[in-house]
Design a protein around this ligand. Structure first.
Ligand SMILES: Cc1cc2nc3c(=O)[nH]c(=O)nc-3n(C[C@H](O)[C@H](O)[C@H](O)COP(=O)(O)O)c2cc1C
Length: 185
């Protein structure tokens, strides 16, 4: 089993990555191989709408996302994590998600093998975990509709600003670890 984390926060030591790493730690304890992709450290552009991917099986842009797309095809589980910026997921995550269009067939079916497990992780300054439910639900909808994934959990680090302060939330960290442990159960 392989589980990858895709992190859309520019802060490697931030709240998003803290929760993503806890899910991966649980998955690793359950025997999975894990790998993290920090989108902010990767070189990629937004979708150019050239539609090359609708007549070919892949994206025309040969940047750092090419390797990530290959890993996504092979992975059994994917943890998508991003902070909320201006009431949306961060630009790093949105730009990446647009490029995932290259993994969608012209009839809107997914090119990814079915049955992958997905976890969504968000971090936000707003203390109310329900403040951006629409964002998490819509993101989850896109992941399950266009990528055919089974969303196992949505974990929200709500009310945190300083990098990594969510680690003090023992309950959320334990939930994140358990999500990883039980990903394939
Ligand atoms: C540019 C920017 C915009 C933000 N917009 C929001 C927002 O609309 N709502 C919110 O609750 N928090 C907002 N925040 C706060 C972050 O979501 C919060 O600090 C989060 O914990 C950052 O995650 P990270 O530690 O993984 O980087 C914003 C932060 C930045 C830098």
């Amino acid at each position: 089993m392989k589980v990858i984390g895709i992190v859309g926060s520019p802060r490697k030591n931030g709240n998003t990555n803290a929760v993503v790493q806890e899910v991966l730690k649980g998955a690793a304890e359950a025997g999975a191989e894990t790998q993290t992709f920090l989108l902010n450290e990767m070189n990629y552009r937004g979708c150019q709408a050239c539609d090359y991917c609708k007549t070919h099986e892949k994206c025309k842009l040969e940047d750092d996302l090419a390797e990530l797309f290959e890993e996504m095809k092979k992975a059994d589980g994917i943890v998508f994590g991003a902070p909320i910026y201006f009431a949306q997921f961060s630009g790093q995550m949105r730009l990446f998600l647009d490029r995932c269009y290259s993994m969608v067939n012209p009839d809107h079916t997914s090119r990814l093998p079915a049955g992958k497990k997905a976890v969504i992780v968000g971090a936000q300054g707003m203390p109310d975990p329900a403040a951006y439910t629409a964002v998490y639900d819509e993101f989850g909808g896109e992941i399950s509709r266009f990528m055919g994934m089974d969303i196992r959990d949505t974990l929200v680090a709500a009310g945190y600003h300083a990098p990594g302060e969510v680690k003090d939330n023992a309950q959320l960290m334990e939930k994140a670890k358990n999500t990883g442990l039980k990903l394939f159960k």
